[in-house]
Design a protein around this ligand. Structure first.
Ligand code: SAM
Length: 220
């Protein structure tokens, strides 16, 4: 089984080689299906291709252990597509997180000031011993290395609440590796999968930095 690795490749293809029922927790930040482009022209791969994003949830359901959680951010404009992919895969929504931003990402029909993620269950996981609030303060990452980088401080409370030390935490849309870094910092094992070789290299570099300070073995 893979552990403490960033795997460069397409998630459905990579995950098809994983055994069923082998992952403790998924925390992921998929392309939001909005055709994203930031001010400097940076884009996100597959952000305009629902099939290339939504097909991953079937594989996530298969590789997750029975009675476990998948936490998925999503773009609210594509909620119908995400919700149907989650339901078709077998997931059941058991919670919904909202992060309140102190600034607007965009202003049009409203000031858009929140991020959101669903807490999805495979089977009937036990509730966490100390549930976290479903409204949380946003922490801005600065998006320096990835156009939609999530701050480790946003991901870490999810990892701590919904997994235990030593568990395997998977992110199939790893980007710059924020979920893997949060998992490593919280003494979980991580698996990140990312299409873009540049982001894979960046994630590996960040994780090597964490490993140095925490003596975590990293796979080549
Ligand atoms: C929203 S970003 C994730 C950013 C990440 N949370 C971070 O903090 O850096 C989504 C990532 O998924 C990757 N991606 C898109 N489709 C993919 C696929 N089918 N398999 C693997 N990676 C994919 C993109 O290259 C992008 O880096």
């Amino acid at each position: 089984m893979y552990s403490n690795q960033i795997i460069c490749g397409e998630s459905v293809q990579v995950l098809s080689a994983f055994p069923a029922n082998s992952v403790d927790l998924v925390v992921t930040d998929p392309p939001y299906l909005v055709g994203y482009r930031d001010r400097s022209g940076r884009t996100v791969a597959n952000d305009d291709d629902p099939d290339a994003v939504l097909a991953v949830y079937d594989e996530l359901y298969r590789v997750l252990k029975p009675d476990s959680y998948c936490i998925s951010f999503y773009g609210w404009t594509a909620i119908a597509a995400f919700a149907s992919a989650w339901e078709n895969a077998g997931f059941r929504p058991v919670g919904h997180f909202v992060w309140s931003k102190p600034y607007a990402s965009k202003t049009r029909y409203a000031e858009y000031r929140h991020e959101s993620a669903f807490l999805l269950a495979k089977g009937n996981p036990s509730p966490p011993s100390k549930p976290i609030p479903d409204v949380l303060p946003w922490v801005y990452s600065g998006n320096r290395t990835h156009p939609t980088e999530k701050a480790v401080d946003v991901i870490a409370p999810l990892v701590t609440c919904y997994s235990r030390a030593g568990d395997v935490v998977l992110d199939p849309f790893a980007g710059s590796g924020s979920t893997a870094v949060a998992a490593a910092l919280k003494d979980r094992r991580y698996i990140g999968i990312e299409l873009d070789p540049g982001y894979c290299a960046l994630a590996c570099k960040r994780l090597a930095g964490v490993a140095k300070t925490r003596r975590i073995p990293t796979a080549a």
